[in-house]
Design a protein around this ligand. Structure first.
Ligand code: ADP
Ligand code: ZN
Length: 612
């Protein structure tokens, strides 16, 4: 049997998958033959198999460096469920547990061993490795070596000793980082200049992107969640307080929502994370402190109630949805106040001028994305230097192109009102002036006597807010951020005022229903996965069995079977073991262990019920 036949045989027998995906096969061939590799693939791209299969094919144990304990445990559980001899070494094990793993390693009884970098680099452990056969070193989450990245781990730097101590052992570094600077640093720091590079597209085709203007955040969130009932998801908020508020409110309205942020004590954080991983349909309301190392494949949506910090952050956070390749949604609401709040945070932050300039640029890129009228996927991938032809056909703008209108005259009026009132006021006050609202403040300041007073009565408050938000996003006005978000003209304003530049703005749709049509559309009982009503009983029965088996074994449900596998069972309804074995995701070990139970459900009255 050739090496590639052997790889395919393993893929089918152990993992139960019919074929390699994308570049997996090329990576597996290269690394199995002893080559070094740098693998750049998005989250959900299937990086794990790229080192797991070569580790199984080559003599000895594959050593996997992984930054997070939770991540190691998940991976090891999943491998064991597939019948692979896998273990981990980290601080969660007691002395006895560690010793056991070490003797297994020395006895050559392990196919894969996951270790934390600080453990791997101890003199003792390196010496231990010299007495065993190492199949390969896999460096997972390799961007942790980079200071540019967001997850810098100093210990990763020292992994550069591996090629010196073990020159004959192939190394494979893997990351989902999309940012070029980080990638360059990974190569440099890990001495991977000679490694072959495998770069996949960073598109996540199964994620639908939507951005909606904020009208009533809670109502909008509720409508959105109605379309995802019973599904797992993450709701990101900027502040800890907002996390607490939103989680409490959702829990009250009957959603299985839990909070997660750095201000909660460690025990609560762990408990909430465990529930998110181990129960079906938990919604995590969180700050960005949540997510790194969460390998849960069936997160069906990621909602942003506040603007993320940068496009990289947005890509990372939304990327946690749909790792399993099934349909998922990235949804964000955004409004005028976001621009003002973030401008203030940048202005009042501790960072120096240079850093602030970078932060502003990042905000601008994000605003351009939020206000875009063209394909969002194109912009998102463009931010990482990837050319995507587009239109993608499944972002909100592609699905229903937003109407635009010529707002040149209102923009001129808005700018004049800002200028005439002295560039010292926020949008609320300037809108009062434009609309001719003689509020107490307007009268006190004598702004009802300005020439611009009342010149904008043709637009209502909501439309004016939309105009101001977009003018800020386009850089035609700026919020100074020093304290109250007062508005000022920018260098670009002049061209508009003089009539040299036209301003096209997007028309924010009026009805709250309209602004969350995504939610409304998905709100059919079918949910993200399109389970039809007549399929529900069997689907629920399969999920209930999976949950029961997972609980018995103390593992998350997806370690038993992924949703994709369950969905294939639902659609194909295999009647016997041969049929079940043909389902993607059902390998030999899982067939032996769970086959009977699932066949019982598939052949049980639930199915008969579903049929009438
Ligand atoms: P990454 O580490 O790149 O985020 P994973 O290795 O966790 O991705 O794989 C993502 C998902 O895709 C997992 O659910 C995995 O089981 C599945 N998968 C990976 N390779 C294949 C394949 N060749 N066929 C079917 N499913 C696959
Ligand atoms: Zn698109």
């Amino acid at each position: 049997m050739g090496a590639m036949d052997a790889a395919l045989e393993l893929l089918r027998r152990v993992f139960g998958y019919p074929a390699f995906r994308g570049q997996q096969q090329a990576v597996v061939a290269h690394v199995s033959a002893g080559g070094d590799a740098l693998v750049l693939m998005p989250t959900g791209g299937g990086k794990s198999l790229c080192y797991q299969i070569p580790a199984l094919l080559r003599d000895g144990t594959g050593i996997v460096v992984s930054p997070l304990i939770a991540l190691m445990q998940d991976q090891v559980e999943a491998l064991r469920a597939a019948g692979v001899a896998a273990a981990y070494l980290n601080s969660s094990l007691d002395a006895r547990g560690q010793q056991e793993v070490e003797s297994q390693l020395l006895a050559g009884g392990l196919d894969l061993l996951y270790v934390a970098p600080e453990r791997l680099l101890t003199g003792r452990f390196l010496a231990l490795l010299e007495h065993t056969t190492v199949a390969l070193f896999a460096i997972d989450e390799a961007h942790c070596v980079s200071q540019w990245g967001h997850d810098f781990r100093p210990e990763y730097r020292e992994l550069a000793v591996l090629p010196q101590r073990f020159p004959q052992v192939p190394r494979i570094a893997l990351t989902a980082t999309a940012d070029q600077r980080t990638r360059d640093e990974v190569v440099e720091r890990l001495s991977l200049q000679q490694a072959r590079r495998f770069v996949a597209s960073f598109d996540r085709p199964n994620i639908t992107y939507r951005v909606v203007p904020r009208t009533n955040a809670r109502q909008q969130l509720q409508a959105f969640l109605d379309g995802h009932r019973g599904e797992s998801g993450i709701v990101y908020c900027l502040s800890r307080r907002k996390v607490d508020d939103v989680a409490a409110w959702l829990a009250e309205s009957g959603v299985a929502a839990l909070p997660y942020h750095a201000g909660l004590d460690a025990a609560t954080r762990t408990a909430n994370q465990q529930r998110f991983l181990r129960e079906d349909g938990v919604v995590m309301v969180a700050t960005v402190a949540f997510g790194m190392g969460i390998d849960k494949p069936d997160v069906r949506f990621v909602a942003h109630l506040d603007l993320p910090r940068s496009m990289e952050g947005y890509y990372q956070e939304t990327g946690r949805a749909g790792r399993d390749g099934l349909p998922a949604e990235a949804w964000m609401i955004y409004g005028l106040s976001d621009v003002v709040t973030i401008s203030q945070m940048i202005a009042q932050g501790e960072s120096g001028d240079e850093r602030k300039r970078v932060e502003r640029q990042k905000l601008e890129a994000l605003l351009a994305y939020a206000e875009a009228t063209g394909c969002r996927r194109q912009l998102l991938l463009g931010a990482f230097g990837e050319t995507y032809a587009g239109p993608c056909g499944h972002c909100d703008n592609c699905l229903s192109p937003p109407p635009t209108w010529d707002a040149t005259v209102p923009a001129q009026k808005a700018m004049s009102a800002v200028y005439r009132s002295g560039q010292r006021f926020g949008s609320g006050h300037v809108i009062d002036i434009l609309r001719g609202e003689a509020s107490e403040r307007v009268r006190q300041l004598g702004h009802d006597r300005l020439g611009v007073f009342g010149v904008g009565a043709e637009l209502d408050n909501r439309r004016w807010r939309s105009v101001f938000r977009q003018l800020l996003a386009l850089g035609l006005l700026e919020a100074d951020g020093e304290g109250f978000g007062t508005l000022r003209l920018t260098a670009a304003s002049r061209a508009v005022l003089s009539g040299a530049r036209q301003v096209q703005l997007r028309e924010d749709l009026r009805a709250p229903r309209g602004s969350c049509r995504g939610g409304a559309r998905a709100a059919s009982a079918a949910g993200s996965l399109g389970i039809a009503a007549h399929e529900q009983p069997l689907w629920e029965a399969l999920r209930a069995l999976r949950l029961r088996l997972a609980k018995q074994q103390g593992v998350p449900p997806y370690v038993v079977f992924h949703d994709a596998t369950l969905l294939a069972m639902l659609r194909e309804q295999p009647g016997n073991a041969t049929g079940l074995a043909a389902i993607s995701g059902v390998g030999a070990a899982k067939l032996a262990r769970y086959g009977e139970d699932f066949l019982a459900v598939l052949n049980a009255p639930a199915k008969a019920e579903a049929a009438d």
